[in-house]
Design a protein. Structure first.
Ligand code: HEC
Ligand code: HEC
Ligand code: HEC
Ligand code: HEC
Ligand code: HEC
Length: 401
């Protein structure tokens, strides 16, 4: 039998109490730590790491001068409030060129023309300026909301230059530049637009044909406005644009837009360019050279004037020359979208089994769209076209003899 005295029993209860309170305190500590960890934002640890880094490299005085807490760049002109510098604290420091991210000195050349105080960060990089956690700030959101146009996204889309996507944002201000240093993909795409003659069918910056939609503000379309049924893989506006440029008919079977056999890199560059064509909601001071116009080059103008004086003037006046050369009448198309019409008399017969007169009266394919939307030919004009094309063909026959 256990004969414990009252004292013994009391002693036992005391021990028990001690045990209870010790474990209670431990429990509290563990919970408190958990809460602390949960509620201490990510950026605090980056800031303390940054202070250690500066302390080690430049001494405690510099380290003590680093501002703590949420940091923000506010640019009212651009409606930008970016907190990126909360973590990217070294962006404007000298001497941290080799520091790990997010502390590294920003490449300096680009900031000379675009100081952070005037541009913020998201103006160029994209991302969610207001967010203070990395995942959210670099925001990789479906359907292309405003993700960071950085390496991760570049890898995702298998871009040949992983960092190129940001150039879309450069071009929102630099759209009227012929070339912009540091935006190679956009530059390449602008050159392709000229070479391939996209303007033959599309109005771009107020000039061009109306066979296809006006592309001046193509970048304003929302992702929901595209049909993703035929897109394999990730469905985003960018994927749609790339796939469409590579093979328009695959996505829009009735399309008359040609397949230009673009490489992936060229299709991606062009997709970036058309998506950069947004309404620039920036004050005029942010537009380089205050230039809002896309003017034909002197060379283009001279060539047009020369052709207008020659025997092929009709084809310039009626805009056929944006797609067709008529070689024997001195008409040289900027982009060879349609065939050389010097051979049309014969070619229409062999390709469509119809006479030229018949074809122009009841055209099919691209010409059906062209002659019902972009160019109207009166009865007289159609006769004139046929007459001129017969003459061009005769000249061609002589040439061939
Ligand atoms: C909570 C901290 C944090 C915030 C806020 C933050 N970043 Fe970062 N950022 C990082 C870290 C850490 C890295 C390096 C690790 C990595 O790349 O994933 C990084 C890397 C980067 C890179 C290089 C990687 C790439 O994909 O090209 C860029 C560019 C960048 N950040 C831009 C931004 C911009 C713009 C913002 C504001 C919208 C921002 N960051 C906000 C922490 C942050
Ligand atoms: C005028 C446009 C512009 C602005 C504004 C700008 N950047 Fe950049 N940033 C660039 C360019 C261009 C690069 C170089 C990209 C490359 O290496 O190809 C770059 C590089 C970076 C990198 C390094 C990326 C890497 O992969 O190594 C980070 C991080 C970064 N910027 C963050 C920021 C932050 C944070 C801000 C705001 C404080 C900011 N940038 C403001 C254009 C800009
Ligand atoms: C918000 C508008 C804006 C954005 C975005 C922007 N720039 Fe600029 N950029 C300008 C303005 C305005 C100037 C002229 C500044 C000056 O002359 O002092 C300029 C100047 C330049 C220059 C100097 C040559 C020149 O034309 O004067 C280069 C190169 C350049 N930007 C490249 C870029 C690149 C690359 C990007 C994207 C990473 C970019 N810019 C993003 C507005 C912008
Ligand atoms: C022969 C005429 C023609 C030419 C040349 C042409 N397109 Fe198109 N394009 C069209 C037609 C028609 C459509 C509408 C049907 C479709 O989506 O394919 C279209 C659609 C587009 C769209 C999608 C618009 C939207 O939001 O639905 C883009 C972007 C585009 N073209 C870009 C280009 C580019 C860039 C070039 C030059 C490399 C080009 N086009 C050359 C006729 C043309
Ligand atoms: C926006 C571009 C565009 C414009 C503008 C245009 N065409 Fe065409 N045209 C084409 C294309 C593309 C074809 C080839 C059609 C096909 O293969 O279905 C074509 C075919 C033709 C053909 C048949 C040629 C052959 O060899 O088979 C004739 C004839 C023709 N066009 C006349 C004209 C005339 C005349 C004009 C001006 C009134 C004109 N086109 C304006 C794009 C255009």
């Amino acid at each position: 039998m256990n004969h414990k005295t009252i004292e013994e029993k009391l002693e036992f209860v005391k021990k028990d109490k001690l045990f209870l309170s010790v474990s209670g305190i431990l429990f509290l500590l563990v919970t408190a730590f958990g809460f602390y960890d949960y509620y201490t934002p990510e950026w605090r640890s980056y800031q303390s790491e940054f202070r250690d880094l500066v302390d080690e490299k430049f001494g405690p005085e510099r380290a003590a001068s680093i501002p703590a807490g949420l940091q923000q760049t506010y640019v009212p002109e651009l409606n930008v409030a970016d907190r990126c510098i909360t973590c990217h604290q070294g962006a404007e420091w000298k001497g941290l060129e080799n520091a790990p991210q997010p502390f590294r000195t920003h490449p300096t050349e680009i900031l000379e023309k675009h100081p952070i105080s005037k541009y913020g960060c998201t103006t160029c990089h994209g991302g969610q300026g207001y967010a203070t956690e990395m995942q959210a700030a670099h925001g990789f959101v479906e359907h292309w909301e405003k993700p960071l146009l950085g390496k991760e996204l570049g890898e995702f889309y298998v871009m040949s230059d992983k960092k190129a996507l940001m150039q879309m944002n450069c071009n929102s201000c630099h759209r009227y530049d012929k070339q912009t240093k540091g935006a190679d993909d956009i530059n390449r795409a602008k050159q392709l637009v000229m070479e391939k003659g996209c303007r033959a069918c599309h109005v771009i910056n107020g000039r061009g044909g109306t066979v296809g939609p006006d592309l001046t503000f193509e970048g304003e379309k929302s992702p929901e406005q595209f049909n993703y049924e035929r897109i394999k893989g990730f469905k985003s506006e960018f994927s749609w644009q790339v796939a469409h440029l590579k093979n328009p008919k695959e996505l829009v079977p009735e399309s008359v837009m040609p397949n230009f056999n673009f490489s992936s890199a060229d299709a991606q560059a062009l997709a970036m360019l058309v998506m950069s064509w947004k309404k620039a909601n920036v004050p005029i001071d942010y537009i380089p050279g205050h230039n809002f116009r896309d003017i034909p080059t002197q060379e283009e103008k001279e060539k047009e004037e020369r052709m207008l004086k020659g025997p092929g003037a009709f084809f310039v006046k009626k805009n056929c020359f944006v797609c067709h050369s008529v070689s024997t009448l001195g008409i040289e198309a900027a982009a060879q979208i349609g065939p050389d019409l010097a051979l049309a008399v014969e070619d229409v017969q062999s390709r469509f089994g119809r006479t030229l007169d018949d074809f122009l009266a009841r055209p099919t394919g691209t010409m059906e769209v062209v002659l019902s939307t972009m160019i109207t030919l009166t009865e007289e004009e159609r006769k004139e076209a046929i007459e001129k094309l017969r003459h061009a063909y005769e000249l061609k026959q002589k040439e061939l003899k």
